[in-house]
Design a protein around this ligand. Structure first.
Ligand code: ADP
Ligand code: ZN
Length: 307
């Protein structure tokens, strides 16, 4: 049997048919079109689902277990609504679950925030298969986390647990979209690195360029700044370790592609500063599922018992 996974993002929405082993049978990507209503986007996604199942020769009624939806927070999984994701203003308050139910009344629909779904994907088919306690951290446009504890997802009252991008790391830093100063994602996300490196060099610099420059050592100011960013990432990781006592941290998102320099620096920081001896030895590993993590995570909400 299959699950339909839907990963709604600020720029694109990925839709896929995922089997019980986590393999993506067929997938399709739609731009998240902000010139139309979310209801219209749901119509487009529903059409894409019908096309995909037809193409795959799959009967929606007989062969599909349900639909899993991952979306950016803040959301409200109890009400089945998107709440107020900063880069999706047109979707604020949108009843996403009810809208899909209108298209597919016979199917079960599961709904969680995207980082939580990605954590479940890493548990199901990725880097955390053996762990009963781990945190998945995504460092991308922002920073988010999915928390897996005591063998299940920790979702919180409304599905917003793990919004760690708004841990305050350095209150002397600038003001975040949330209004606090020095939030983790405001100083250590891909967006933050690009912004700060561009300021330092007086020209537009991407996050990848900034990390490459830092590694090459040709721009000492950038190297020093990136070392600081690695410390900021380490600080957030230590806070998570001290709070949740995980066996493992899994780091994904675009910035995790920096690879060894980032992982080595974070592991060294954790080894020095986590409080308990096993916490200091917490393995910090890259996410195993890359471009399809959101999709597989959304489908995992249907395939895997997680509550
Ligand atoms: P999204 O936030 O839409 O989920 P990504 O996970 O790809 O997308 O994250 C995008 C962020 O990651 C951007 O800030 C981008 O500059 C940064 N990024 C992407 N690839 C790399 C890379 N190889 N090295 C460093 N930063 C990267
Ligand atoms: Zn914030």
């Amino acid at each position: 049997k299959y699950a339909v996974g839907i990963d709604i993002g600020g720029t694109k929405t990925a839709i896929g048919l995922v089997d019980a082993g986590g393999a993506v049978l067929l997938k399709h990507s739609l731009p998240t079109d902000h010139t139309v209503s979310p209801a219209e986007m749901v119509d487009r996604i529903a059409s894409a689902i019908r096309e995909l199942t037809a193409k795959a020769g799959i009967d929606l009624a007989a062969d599909v277990l349900g639909i899993g939806i991952g979306a950016p927070g803040p959301l409200n999984t109890r009400l089945g609504q998107i709440v107020e994701p900063p880069n999706m203003p047109g979707w604020w308050g949108f009843p996403v679950v009810e809208s899909f139910r209108r298209h597919f009344p016979a199917l079960d629909i599961a709904f969680e925030n995207d980082a939580t779904a990605a954590a479940l994907a890493e548990k199901w088919q990725g880097a955390a298969k053996q762990a009963d306690h781990f945190v998945f951290i995504t460092i991308s446009t922002g920073i988010g986390a999915g928390i897996y504890s005591h063998g299940r997802l920790l979702t919180g009252a409304t599905g917003n647990a793990g919004d760690v991008g708004h841990f305050v790391i350095d209150p002397a830093a600038g003001t975040c979209v949330c209004g606090q100063r020095g939030c983790w994602e405001h100083i250590a996300s891909g967006t933050a690195v690009a912004r700060q490196a561009s300021e330092l060099l007086g020209r537009p610099v991407t996050s990848k360029e900034a990390f490459d420059l830092a590694a090459s050592g040709t721009e000492p100011r950038i190297t020093a700044w990136i070392d600081q960013v690695f410390r900021y990432i380490g600080i957030g990781c230590v806070t998570l370790i001290n709070t949740l006592d995980p066996e493992l941290l899994v780091i994904g998102g675009g910035v995790s592609q920096v690879g060894a320099p980032l992982f080595d620096a974070v592991k060294a920081y954790v080894a020095r500063h986590a409080l308990n001896p096993s916490g200091r030895q917490t393995p910090v590993v890259p996410a195993a599922l890359h471009q399809d993590a959101g999709l597989i995570g959304a489908a995992a909400l249907v395939h895997v018992a997680y509550k």
